[in-house]
Write a new protein. Structure first.
Length: 559
């Protein structure tokens, strides 16, 4: 048996997965925990299919159950948890066994007793808590990593980012925690880096760093606004891509700029040198603390002027990030001290949606045929907090026969939300809709909504623009910082101030009042449909001029 195990280990090291699988399945009847672990891993490394995922999950489970208290069992559990998270992402539009995640959590709690604190196991289970939409548990375990000094740059970014979904931090807290990122980012010796090569010539060289220019990613609709029809006599634009795979959307965006460079496989020092050698005078980070961010590159300065915009609506905490793009509705003058960056205020709104490439058709309010009001929210389920559910439940209880349609913009399990609505006695009025693979089907779902309900404290952005483009009013609530005031900015720029609530009580009152006043609701829907495209939300020419004029101003002032 020892000879077989040595042979199996050797085949695994040599990546001869097919031969290894055949050997184990044909010659080993009583498989040990280690053998099961290797077999399951080999299946997934050979190729990923629904069948291989299911087999691997079964084998990792068996491997853990055979040796719960040994290193083999520990590695099997870690693989079990990681594989289930990956499987959930793989089955984007297919069935997924609901009890997989509960099994993960149950085994993890058991392993906490057997193994005690373990950073690798915690990092694995955090992904499960994300998919099950349990932000409190994510923050709890990330804080454990922090307390044990095992929080790396990525995990620290996650800790700060996920607190945006909660209401128990002030903007001062965000700044203080974000400043830790400054300390966690490596600082590379300047002698290993090229000097910043910016050339002050007739054109302003603008660089944009992102990992999110892929099909249907929300930022593409906003980025398209500035990259279409910009003044090529005045600006030269380079895209620095951090996505490992290009798709049709990526290829399209490459045609809009002078140059594109992919840095996804480059270590920090090489990536810094590539961008410094390219010589942008201004570089814009579209990721902040979200996505596959590369904050360490900005810590080491890529260009004379560094700006954060669009992908993350809060401070990065970096001293080297010079500006954050906002508007007067998002950050008040007295609050600028709580952002590490200087605030670059655009005149009206901080972003602008490019719209969609098919005709808008005005639809009638659903209640006319349903005879009841339908509320809706298509925001990321992580934004739906326990308090949001309490508020929405009050609205549903006070609007006779009303319904609420929910669909997540990110693939997350809805079980926890369903339980919360049930606890609030309103579950029968709430329906959860699967993510739509066809984007037009997603947009058409807005035709089933009379009134969209914004999330708080983390407001919707893309979903609010989509709702308004389809002619559906979005009720929002005032917040206390950038990410919690996005809805306020959107409605003020649309001219629908009556859809901005001061607090939870007014949010509930406005929802009930609008649902009860059918004439007001119809007039509001008509106003939104008729005026959306000429408003600051979709007026691309106006926004583009404001955006580039603001960049040119700080460029001239700095260089």
């Amino acid at each position: 048996m020892n000879e077989q195990v040595s042979k199996i280990r050797k085949l695994f090291d040599e990546k001869k997965y097919s031969e290894l699988i055949f050997l184990i399945e044909s010659e080993i009847e009583n498989k040990s925990s280690e053998i099961l672990n290797i077999l399951a891993a080999s299946r997934l490394l050979r190729y990923e299919t629904k069948e291989t995922f299911e087999l691997a999950i079964s084998e990792f489970r068996e491997a853990y159950l055979k040796e719960k208290n040994t290193p083999n069992g520990f590695h099997a559990l870690k693989n079990f948890i990681g594989t289930i998270s990956n499987f959930f992402e793989y089955l984007l539009y297919q069935d997924f066994k609901e009890d997989y995640f509960s099994e993960c959590i149950s085994m993890f709690k058991e392993a906490e007793i057997n193994f005690g604190y373990n950073k690798d196991l915690i990092k694995a289970i955090v992904r499960v808590f994300f998919r099950t939409n349990n932000i409190d548990q994510i923050i709890y375990y990330l804080n454990k990593l922090y307390e044990n000094k095992d929080l790396g740059l990525t995990s620290l970014s996650h800790l700060v980012y996920y607190n945006n979904y909660r209401n128990n931090w002030t903007q001062k807290d965000y700044l203080n925690y974000s400043k830790l990122i400054e300390a966690y980012c490596p600082k590379y010796p300047e002698e290993k880096l090229l000097k910043i090569k910016h050339k002050n010539n007739n054109k302003i060289h603008l660089g944009i760093l992102t990992a999110d220019i892929t099909k249907k990613h929300s930022i593409t609709y906003f980025l398209k606004t500035i990259l279409t029809n910009y003044d090529k006599e005045k600006f030269q634009i380079s895209l620095y891509l951090n996505n490992k795979k290009d798709d049709q959307e990526t290829s399209f965006f490459k045609t809009l700029v002078s140059k594109s460079l992919n840095i996804s496989t480059k270590e920090d020092e090489e990536a810094i040198n590539i961008i410094r050698d390219d010589g942008p005078g201004i570089i814009i980070d579209l990721m902040g603390l979200s996505s596959a961010n590369r904050l360490s590159l900005f810590k080491n300065r890529l260009a004379p002027i560094q700006v954060t915009w669009l992908g993350y609506c809060n401070t990065t905490g970096l001293n080297e990030m010079d500006y954050i793009i906002a508007d007067p509705y998002l950050i008040y003058d007295e609050e600028k001290i709580f952002y590490s960056e200087k605030v670059l205020f655009l005149s009206n709104i901080w972003n602008c949606h490019s719209g969609f490439d098919f005709d808008r058709i005005e639809s009638q309010a659903p209640y006319l045929s349903n005879k009841y009001i339908t509320f809706g929210s298509f925001n990321n389920f992580s934004k739906i907090t326990d308090q949001t559910i309490v508020v929405w439940s009050d609205i549903l209880k006070n609007v006779s026969s009303s319904k609420l349609i929910l669909k997540s913009s990110t693939k997350l399990q809805s079980t926890r939300l369903e339980e919360m609505f049930k606890k609030n006695g309103i579950a029968e009025s709430v329906s959860f809709v699967e993510t739509k693979p066809d984007f037009k089907d997603h947009l058409n779902l807005y035709n089933q909504i009379d009134i969209a309900l914004d999330t708080f404290p983390y407001n919707g952005v893309t979903t609010s623009f989509e709702s308004i483009w389809m002619g559906v009013p979005v009720l929002t609530m005032k917040g206390f910082n950038f990410n919690s005031r996005c809805g306020e900015s959107i409605n003020k720029n649309l001219g629908t101030n009556e859809l901005i609530a001061e607090n939870e009580e007014e949010y509930i009152f406005k929802a009930i009042e609008l649902a009860s006043n059918k004439e007001k609701l119809l007039n509001l829907r008509k106003f939104i449909f008729n005026n959306a495209l000429t408003s600051n939300l979709f007026n691309q020419n106006k926004f583009r001029n404001d955006f580039f004029n603001s960049l040119e101003r700080i460029y001239r002032e700095t260089l």
